[in-house]
Design a protein around this ligand. Structure first.
Ligand SMILES: Cc1ncc(COP(=O)(O)O)c(C=O)c1O
Length: 424
């Protein structure tokens, strides 16, 4: 079946019909006749029909996509069908297609993508695979998630590398100045997040990677929040390595991710965790001496063994889902919800301290904030009691809150949060 928007929404609605009310399925079908290629970010009817393609409960308001992206029905269906196919046919494999799909989606080549289970996998592969010695310096931020802090801290403990940190600034230019100021003759890696989990500001990664390249420094980007939120072109970004997942903004199955390693960087980034698929099929244990052959001539060298093919089929379906709606349409919609959140918070006349920059290039779908005089954990508890899910940010002593919105959200849900802040 040709997978255009028309067919897609119809099939998704039919698929969902067993779980949706008939009215909802009908509404989703109506959308088929009204949607054009470019969907306005404020076409509430279109977006509310999209919402119906998610089984996500309506019992509470989910404003925490930064932690986990709930999957829509077509993704769940693809996982189910993928597993059934494997188990009915006794067919092994099926995850190879996913690297191709992911590569195209993020502007990379097929042989530059390794499948992983989460961002943490990719970060560890890079952290441990880089040729670093005692005294070598690595630049990180003071806003790291444990996933991009602990591996480097561990290598500091075990190998004596030195970690230096900068605090992301309110403007991209100032952030770059801060990175520049930390560089010394011992700097070997800049390993910053694309979008820190704390306040969701978009860091100037393209300029950062260029700076690294010009100075002979390795560039690693923790891309947990990039794909599915932003239009990505990793070749254009110019990073050596980019670790991400498909279970946040891509809305894929949980426990799926990928690592990008630039083709001509693969012989620099040593692989340690190898097995079936990481080899070039030339090993032989029956020769004397035994023969190793070499690593796979691709990023497949960074992972080996049997993979959850049903889940990775779900990743393909998630990217199909995004592309059917249009990545640019999704980006525009979630950026406008992020802006709406900022505007509503700024209206509160100083009651809220908005921590995320309002600068156009530095903001998108995630906002960090504090409420004056209200303890952040207390407010998170209040949200829970009022059936709103946000995240508290205890990392690095930031003691703040985070709200993150995706295409299943709407302005009324953000208003509900604002009303709660007003009462706090
Ligand atoms: C910036 C950042 N890096 C790394 C991670 C770790 O991701 P995962 O749980 O997929 O390993 C997260 C998760 O929220 C994150 O926000």
């Amino acid at each position: 079946m040709k997978f255009n928007r028309r067919n897609f929404l119809r099939s998704a609605a039919l698929l969902a019909a067993s779980s949706l009310t008939e009215m909802e399925a009908f509404a989703a079908n109506q959308e088929i006749d009204t949607s054009g290629d470019i969907i306005a970010e404020d076409d509430e009817k279109y977006w509310s029909n999209v919402r119906q393609l998610f089984p996500l409960t309506k019992d509470y308001i989910y404003l925490n996509n930064g932690t986990m992206g709930p999957s829509p029905y077509p993704v769940i269906d693809a996982v189910h069908k993928g597993m059934l196919h494997e188990d009915q046919e006794g067919k092994y494999g099926g995850w190879e297609e996913t690297t191709k799909k992911v590569a195209k989606f993020v502007g990379a080549n097929d042989d530059e993508i390794a499948l992983t289970h989460n961002v943490t996998d990719g970060i560890n592969i890079c952290c441990w695979g880089l040729p670093l010695k005692k005294g070598d310096e690595v630049i990180l931020t003071t806003h790291e998630h444990v996933g991009n802090a602990f591996p480097w801290l561990n290598r500091q403990k075990l190998d004596g590398i030195v970690i230096k940190t900068f605090t992301p600034a309110y403007t991209a230019d100032e952030t770059l100045n801060r990175i520049n100021a930390l560089i010394t003759k011992n700097t070997r890696v800049i390993a910053a997040p694309h979008i820190p989990c704390t306040q969701g500001q978009i860091l100037p990664v393209r300029e950062m990677c260029k700076l690294a390249k010009d100075k002979g420094i390795f560039s690693f980007v923790d891309g947990a929040h990039g794909p599915g939120m932003l239009m990505l072109d990793l070749h254009d970004m110019g990073c050596d390595m980019y670790a991400s997942c498909t279970h946040k903004w891509v809305l894929g199955p949980k426990g799926t991710g990928f690592l990008y390693v630039r083709k001509d960087f693969q012989d620099t980034l040593q692989t340690y965790f190898v097995g079936g698929g990481s080899d070039d099929a030339k090993w032989n244990m029956a020769t004397t001496p035994v023969t190793m052959g070499s690593y796979a001539p691709s990023a497949h060298r960074y992972y080996g063994g049997t993979q959850a093919s049903g889940l990775y089929r779900g990743v393909v379906a998630a990217i199909d889902f995004i592309e059917t709606i249009g990545m640019q349409n999704i980006h525009n919609r979630i950026k406008s919800l992020g802006k709406y959140t900022q505007d509503r918070m700024l209206e509160l006349d100083g009651k809220v301290e908005l921590l995320t920059p309002t600068e156009e290039r530095s903001r998108c779908a995630v906002n960090g904030f504090r409420i004056k005089g209200v303890e952040y954990t207390k407010f998170n508890e209040t949200c829970g009691l009022n059936k709103i899910r946000i995240r508290s940010v205890a990392e690095n002593g930031l003691n703040s809150l985070r709200v993150s919105t995706h295409i299943y959200n709407n302005k009324q849900e953000i208003d509900a949060l604002i009303d709660l802040i007003k009462k706090a």
